[in-house]
Design a protein around this ligand. Sequence first.
Ligand code: NAD
Length: 435
Amino acid sequence: MKIAVIGCGYLGAVHAAAMASLGFDTVGVDVDASKVERLGRGEPPFFEPGLPELLRAGVGAGRLRFTTDVAEAAGSDVVFIAVGTPQLPGSDAADLAFVDAAIASLEPHLGAGMLVVGKSTVPVGTAARLAEVVRPTGARLAWNPEFLREGFAVQDTLAPDRLVYGVEPGDDAAVERLDAVYASVLERGTERLVLDFATAELVKVSANAFLATKISFINAMAELAETVGADVTLLADAIGLDARIGRRFLNAGLGFGGGCLPKDIRAFQARASELGHADTLAFLGEVDRINLRRRDRMAALIERELDAVGGDRVAMLGLAFKPDSDDVRDSPALDVCRHLQRAGRSVVGFDPQARETAGRVLPSLEIAGSVADAVRGADVLALGTEWRDFRELDPVEVAQWTQARVVVDGRNTLDAARWSAAGFRVVGLGKPEVQ
Ligand code: NAD
């Protein structure tokens, strides 16, 4: 079977490499020539654990190649669409220009027997609209939303929790084709749900809306905990023991960011409003506001601590929106750096993988090459991303590198007792301070 993947970013590059690893002859297509060139050498243009090995194996075996020429998708059995659907500037809605451009460029190369499979996250109604565009070519369309998490993208692609196929009524051929693509995933006993277009599209955005709500729920509890002297981590442990609630995704802290959750909950609200359901999803506006308030709170705590020691310089450990990724799209940590810079503070950042991406997005930020360099000369330390590297730092060693004696832990992830024993005061979000 021949597979093409249009759009080779965080989703598409991983998907293309995974398809090749399943034995398919795969071509990845992207409009970004430098990305294509790097991928063609078997070199990922971003950090993702496990991807370099998968890419090199596919390229080395001659099963995986990359091109800027969409004509090379011609004759593919399946063409996946994995282009971006970012927030439209000046609006909450999703920008579908990349999806529309990808389909338009693909159209002359489509023919009978080909299946176009959307993976990008789109507003409900998009698949039905695009099916009409594709139909005259003789090709068919399906929507197969993607649930991968950056940092676990390879594993999530090859061993997902579930596969969702959105197909037109009675399109058994599309289901059979997708089953053939995912045969080895299905063999693992993975749940596969065959749904209509609208339900499949809604599964993706409602899953993200639910996850965002869960995070903002516990962050709302953190706001209250800060006022009454309660500990939000112990609270999450206690309510999480109820199997109906569950402990996962209940970590209070700096909140969510990245290229998905924030823009997806906004686009979902925008689409609901278009459909006459503005009130139905109004709560997602509150979810968004609670999330963004955590960034203000963290910046305020850092400023309070700087003022308390008469200092001005903060070291932000972690710049990526989440650990095990170099993605800084809508990164909460970077946003806090921005707040502090605007307040006239001196900020130095460090991240194990996101130094380059952070430097591109916030060129005014001083970026250190190591934790030791970042904390040297800092008055306050802050933790913005819960990388394992930071959790494993030896606070006794850190105390030798810096005069700072306070850490604002934006992810409630440090072992406060250990840091306290090494002479640091640990300030968490929604937690009593550990002296
Ligand atoms: P990305 O910005 O990293 O990648 C998009 C890629 O598409 C870029 O490389 C861009 O150059 C390319 N592109 C744009 N227009 C093109 C065109 N006309 N033809 C060919 N290539 C084109 O974005 P991403 O994070 O990979 O997300 C892609 C989609 O997947 C989005 O809809 C996103 O919401 C969804 N998604 C992402 C994740 C994730 O964790 N990143 C998870 C699930 C779903």
